[in-house]
Write a protein that binds this ligand. Structure first.
Ligand code: NI
Length: 211
């Protein structure tokens, strides 16, 4: 990974040195695969008050905080494993995009950690999360916690959720916000990733922002 990053820097500098005008620099940058073309583009979520610290438990029963992901881009999706339709379809699409990224640009994919955080901590124990996330991608990390911990992380990440009206005590549905975030290596929000898009669209958005 370090080697790949150095190569990117090197080719970018070479492009700059070889160019006589800003237009040529832009052209050179655009010619690089998923390269620096987007670096001048402002991130749609730049400066948004979304994100922050959390302390949760992953599908292997290990404590994880936001600092665990320091230096990595994070693809974050909130939902629940008992969701009958939307969550599994979203996760399937997101991981199809991530798989495509792994294939097209493994060095870019290596900078990204996909994360699924439950908003149904009462039923989504680490064990339940473990078999669920494994069904989508071996690198997808599933995070759960106490109801208070989940309420806290949801609030920081602007996710609204609650039991659907008329649901039973155990066999209930959850209503929840349904957005996928890309966060930067510094933990700051970058963009929403369209989880209803094709694998190509999702992969393209990831390539656009991950440098
Ligand atoms: Ni859902």
């Amino acid at each position: 990974m370090a080697g790949a990053a150095m190569n990117d820097n090197f080719s970018f500098r070479t492009a700059l040195a070889g160019c006589l005008s800003p237009i040529l620099i832009l052209l050179a940058a655009c010619g690089q695969q998923g390269g620096q073309a987007g670096s001048a583009e402002e991130a749609p979520l730049a400066g948004a008050a979304i994100g922050g610290s959390f302390s949760l438990i992953n599908q292997n029963g290990e404590w994880v905080t936001d600092q665990t992901f320091a230096g990595k881009y994070r693809l974050m999706y909130f939902g629940y494993t008992f969701c009958p339709d939307v969550c599994p379809v979203d996760l399937q699409r997101l991981m199809a995009g991530y798989r495509l990224l792994e294939k097209q640009a493994p060095e870019v994919a290596a900078k990204l950690q996909p994360i699924f955080i439950t908003i149904d901590p009462e039923r989504d124990t680490p064990d339940v999360m473990k078999s669920y996330v494994a069904a989508f991608h071996p690198k997808l990390m599933g995070l759960t916690g106490t109801p208070a911990e989940i309420a806290d992380v949801a609030k920081r990440y602007a996710i609204v959720y609650g039991k659907a009206e008329g649901s039973g005590t155990t066999d209930y549905l959850m209503d929840h916000s349904n957005q996928t975030y890309l966060f930067g290596p510094d933990g700051k929000p970058i963009a929403l990733i369209p989880q209803d898009g094709t694998a190509e669209a999702i992969e393209g958005e990831l390539q656009r922002w991950i440098k």
